[in-house]
Write a protein that binds this ligand. Sequence first.
Ligand code: ADP
Ligand code: MG
Length: 296
Amino acid sequence: MEAGKIAEERTAAGPIRRRPTAPNAATPKDSDMAQIEIRDLRIEYKKPKSEETFVAVDGVSLDVAQGEFITIVGSSGCGKSTLLLTIAGLVPAASGAISINGTAVAGPGPDRAMVFQDASLLPWRSILGNVRFGLEMQRWKKGDLTERALSYIRMVGLGNFADYHPHQLSGGMRQRVNIARALAVDPDVLLMDEPFGALDAQTREVMGGELLRIWERDKKTALFVTHDIDEAVFLADRVVVMGRNPGHIKEIVTVDLARPRTEAMLDGDRFSEYRRRLRASLADDMAQMQLVTEAA
Ligand code: ADP
Ligand code: MG
């Protein structure tokens, strides 16, 4: 589908109305507070060397409240990254709608910031330069850019490394810089696509704890993709389980654990129960995947 057609359909969709009967409708406790509204979203890609389209995501509806922490799990290729990219405005929707604070998403905007798995830092810039870069790109006007960048670098625990360059940092430190860069622009919504995916298990756990500590401060609305079930439960208010062919929401699990979350919770009965439930939900999908592969 060409870009012009997509834009036209988007406009034609008009304001998003709440549809209580929307498929997969999933609403936070107070639906009037929803900051992100996703309605019957369908995302298509053009197949390589072909005129055909591939439906990556279909029928996704989700409401996310301001300050909610949502994690997204699902087998590889089920459309998790695609969903985030579309919310970021980097991949267009084929149909359906996404709105943030009541405004339809029509492209990238300063209300959203994304953190990718691979540290997407500029190698020739210092850490300070990288965090400043995010502000420069958005033509940030408020106050001193350097001071603001430094305050976020300190917040992620890298105050002594502002003058270092990315290659002089560990993977975990680089991801902290990415998070600082995303938060510095003060987005309403933080989109994170397996940000700790390349880190070892121990660093990953530390980073999860730190992310929550930062998040508790100003409660940014967060959408966080992970393939780690413990991480998904530990971070989330709700875990969205996605299924495949095409990507859809299979189940949403509300995590009823107190905040702040503590390491001790990982050993608790309730945590085990969530872990079991998510494993079962995902195993089901993996089995299906295997059948398809065997049949092919
Ligand atoms: P996940 O993040 O859950 O692993 P993705 O969102 O990356 O899955 O991909 C979902 C599906 O969309 C996959 O089948 C993938 O091959 C396809 N896909 C992703 N990006 C593109 C693209 N740029 N062009 C064509 N197909 C794509
Ligand atoms: Mg992905």
